[in-house]
Ligand binder design. Structure first.
Ligand SMILES: Cc1cc2nc3c(=O)[nH]c(=O)nc-3n(C[C@H](O)[C@H](O)[C@H](O)COP(=O)(O)OP(=O)(O)OC[C@H]3O[C@@H](n4cnc5c(N)ncnc54)[C@H](O)[C@@H]3O)c2cc1C
Length: 390
């Protein structure tokens, strides 16, 4: 790939990058998709897809073979429990292995004509004055009229563009495991206790994904012994869960630092950022893949418009930031959910309100399922309903 020129170079082939490249290639653009890893690769993740994410995948003809419907969600605080199944009987979401989902998206981008290059890391951006005009890799330079940074939560592209702002208070460490030989829960379970948040999702007839998210202060206790830490922690906080795991075997264990951040803009001259590169909120309700896929649709639209107009300047790309308005509001809602989850008294109260008021629960869960605009839940009425219900 020495000194090649493309319409668009997409950095990162996770859901945001692979779908961006797929849509651009289908529209006839000359696009390169680069990832430092080789697929199938595993991304530490709770592996839950919201119904909104599933609709997006279906819209573009992608469906992971491992996908399995989840009929509802159950949330447990210290004193309360709340379970929800969508009215109408459809699934509350899907569990799908990320190794499968992400490889499927990369294959589809490749089949659509994107030039896919795996095992090649981007080291930096090429510039002409203020404008990004390509990327630098170990194998040489790739020139492009537009670069899309979809290189995940620790995005090099977003950092090089100087766009990243950390969100104080959203720094976590996560232990992500898969278990076999255990009875999976029927519903997706989310449990919050003593600053820890745990998600348990049914992956198959005898397997589950268990993701534990902790404060970064515990990172030293987790380092080098994540599997043992997880077992000890479940024994202390959720003995019933520890019992369920006791007869099974751990298939995999990964540790990852999660640092909440957002970009003050998602565009710069000659570049866009999408997916976790644009914003990341510790995803209690499992919506990161939706953000990535929806962000990819918007990035592909903006890139095609810029290619048509031949305008890659800041004003020429500013429409992308405007189009991301609903995503920004959805991130804000996730941040609010995080705030409630980390405050035990507030969480107890909110779960009680949701249990007592099905209309409120349907409204909130419909938005968290990515089926309705975030404005429907970001309202004083919703906040008062959750906090004042008796
Ligand atoms: C603990 C945890 C649990 C989660 N659970 C869920 C869940 O249940 N449901 C959900 O929807 N979301 C969940 N998420 C969020 C979800 O995983 C992300 O939002 C999603 O993966 C974002 O997709 P992406 O394409 O933006 O980034 P990624 O999937 O991270 O892909 C980025 C890609 O960029 C590549 N890359 C990075 N740097 C470079 C470079 N310099 N050069 C070339 N390539 C590069 C990487 O190899 C990677 O393949 C979870 C996240 C965490 C941390």
């Amino acid at each position: 790939m020495r000194r090649m020129t493309f319409d668009v170079v997409v950095v990162g082939a996770g859901p945001a990058g692979a779908l961006s490249a797929l849509l651009l290639a289908r529209a006839g653009a000359n696009v390169a998709l680069l990832d430092r890893e080789r697929f199938p690769r595993d991304k530490p993740c709770g592996e839950f897809l919201t119904p909104g994410a599933a609709q997006l995948l279906e819209r573009h003809g992608i469906w992971p073979a491992s996908a399995r419907p989840v009929p509802g969600m159950a949330v447990y605080s210290v004193h309360r429990a709340f379970a929800h199944r969508p009215c109408g009987g459809g699934p509350a979401g899907w569990m799908a292995r990320r190794s499968d989902l992400d490889a499927r998206l990369v294959e589809a981008a490749d089949s659509a004509g994107a030039r896919v290059r795996q095992g090649l890391a981007v080291r930096g951006l090429l510039r002409d004055g203020d404008s990004v005009v390509g990327v630098a890799t170990a194998e040489g330079e790739l020139r492009a009229r537009l670069v899309i940074g979809a290189d995940g939560a620790h995005s090099r592209v977003a950092r090089h563009l100087g766009l990243v702002r950390a969100v104080p208070g959203l720094q976590r460490v996560a232990v992500v495991t898969r278990w076999r030989g255990v009875e999976p829960p029927e519903l997706l379970e989310m449990r919050a206790r003593a600053g820890a948040v745990c998600g348990i999702g049914p992956l198959g007839a005898d397997s589950l994904n268990l993701t534990l998210v902790e404060r970064t202060g515990l990172a030293a206790r987790i380092a080098g012994r994540a599997g043992d830490f997880l077992v000890e922690r479940t024994r202390t906080l959720w003995p019933d869960l520890a019992e369920r795991l006791a007869g099974g075997r751990r298939e995999s264990v990964r540790t990852i630092g999660c640092f909440g951040h957002f970009c003050r803009r998602a565009s710069a001259p000659g570049a866009l950022v999408a997916g976790d590169a644009a914003a990341f909120v510790d995803p209690f309700t499992g919506e990161g893949v939706y953000f990535a896929l929806r962000g990819a649709e918007l990035a592909a639209d903006a890139a095609l418009e810029a290619l048509r107009a031949g305008d890659f300047s800041a004003p020429g790309l500013a429409g992308y930031d405007r189009a991301r308005g609903d995503l920004a509001r959805r991130h804000l809602l996730s941040g609010c959910v995080q705030g409630v989850v980390r405050a035990p008294a507030l969480l107890d109260r909110a779960l009680q309100a949701l249990s007592r008021c099905p209309a409120l629960a349907d409204r909130l869960m419909g938005v968290l399922a990515d089926l309705h605009p975030p404005g429907r839940a970001l309202s004083a009425r919703m906040a008062l309903g959750l906090l004042l219900a008796r």
